[in-house]
Write a protein that binds this ligand. Structure first.
Ligand code: PLP
Length: 376
């Protein structure tokens, strides 16, 4: 099997799993318990939170653990919208967002919030002029992903933060799920930022929301004490330890990992560009980990299935929105509905080998010839 779907999920790093197991074996108590075992667990929780905060250049009190980025996005969007309703009900987001952002926005719309979605340019980036025009005194939230999961486009968060800054009632939420360990994170002017361990070689089931100190948001899970007042539930110490271990490795190894991925990306692209019906949809300003392509005239789902039969795992749209509709992101960069329906995504990792790229190109060649009746 050749796995090229690292944008959907990465395998947990063995060292990260060891750290998880060690913590789960060592700390048996609830970190909220006041006895000695609970205090030990709490001390470890505090150490780990301090470490995560340090990696990100923020304060420990600014980290809220969640089950992943979907929950973190829900908490940020609904939490900010509900806490800011006395200021206004206008929210701006983009066409590129993950379904956890899209569905949260729909839920807020049902509650009377007004949502505007920014257009995406041919370069895959949000339209900054449109953002400037849409900003109002009653705009309470701008929500943008730092890197989108379909094309891998890197969004201009610094510029967006600059546009939002003059509006004191408006908060900026950044979904950094696909950015951590791939691009540098911009936090100046950012109020909340979501991320999740399973995108950077940590386990599933743990993510976090960075929430700027002093910002009040409405909790979405009510109950007893946790590490913060913003999300109830017994803190999962082993998972927090793994988040820290995975984040530490991802950030420390970012440059070396990216250099390797860039080399593999260039080989992959050179191979694909030999075929006359291949269209590369990922724009120039994208992370090298994601290559979105279309084979003209062949539905993306069909090509993905054919590759799967050859033992190669790629995906159509994102794992959370394989709904058979044309990709909005690909439509935005190509303005071509049929091209959007033909698109699919290859995502590579520093773990990908040259032999896997060769194997993929061989399988691609077979599928291409079968599905297009063309040699190249
Ligand atoms: N945001 C983006 C941009 C994603 O790509 C994903 C997962 O694919 C998520 C959020 C959701 O992450 P999780 O699976 O941790 O809920």
């Amino acid at each position: 099997m050749i796995y090229l779907d690292y944008t959907a999920n990465t395998p947990a790093d063995p060292e990260v799993l060891d750290a998880y197991l060690a913590a789960e074996r060592r700390y048996i108590a609830n970190p909220n318990s006041t006895h000695i075992a609970g205090q030990e667990a709490r001390a470890e929780m505090e150490r780990v939170t301090q470490s995560i905060a340090q990696r990100l250049g923020v304060q420990p009190a600014e980290i809220i653990y969640t089950s992943g980025a979907s929950e973190a996005n829900n908490l940020a969007l609904k939490g900010i919208a509900h806490a800011s309703r006395h200021i206004g009900k206008h929210i701006i987001s983009t066409q590129l967002e993950h379904s956890s952002v899209g569905a949260s926005l729909s839920a807020l719309q049902q509650q009377g919030y007004e949502i505007d979605l920014l257009d995406i340019g041919r370069d895959g980036r949000v339209d900054l002029d449109q953002l400037r025009e849409l900003m109002r005194d009653d705009t309470i939230l701008v929500a943008v992903c730092a890197v989108d999961s379909e094309l891998g486009t890197i969004q201009p968060i610094r510029e967006i933060a600059g546009i939002v800054k003059p509006y004191p009632g408006c908060r900026l939420h950044v979904d950094a799920t696909q950015a951590v360990g791939k691009t540098d994170l911009w936090l100046d002017g950012v109020d909340t930022m979501s991320f999740t361990a399973h995108k950077f070689y940590g386990p599933n089931g743990i993510g976090a929301l960075y929430k700027r100190r002093g910002l009040v948001i409405e909790p979405q899970i009510s109950g007893g004490a946790s590490t913060t007042i913003y999300r109830s539930g017994t803190p999962t110490l082993g998972l927090a330890v793994s988040l820290d271990a995975a984040l530490t490795k991802a950030l420390a190894g970012q440059d070396a990992r990216n250099a390797r991925v860039q080399r593999l990306h260039d080989r992959l692209l050179a191979g694909l560009q030999q075929y006359s019906l291949v269209r590369v949809n990922s724009p120039a300003h994208a992370v090298p980990h994601i290559v979105n392509v279309s084979v003209t005239g062949v539905k993306g789902t069909r090509f993905q299935q054919a590759l799967s039969e050859q033992g190669v795992c790629v995906s159509v749209k994102s794992a959370c929105s394989s709904d058979g509709l044309p990709s909005k992101a690909v439509f935005a960069v190509s303005r071509d509905r049929r091209n959007a329906l033909s698109s699919w995504r290859i995502s590579i990792s520093h773990l990908t080998t040259d032999a896997e790229i060769d194997g993929f190109l061989q399988a691609f060649d077979t599928c291409y010839k079968t599905l297009t009746n063309k040699e190249n």
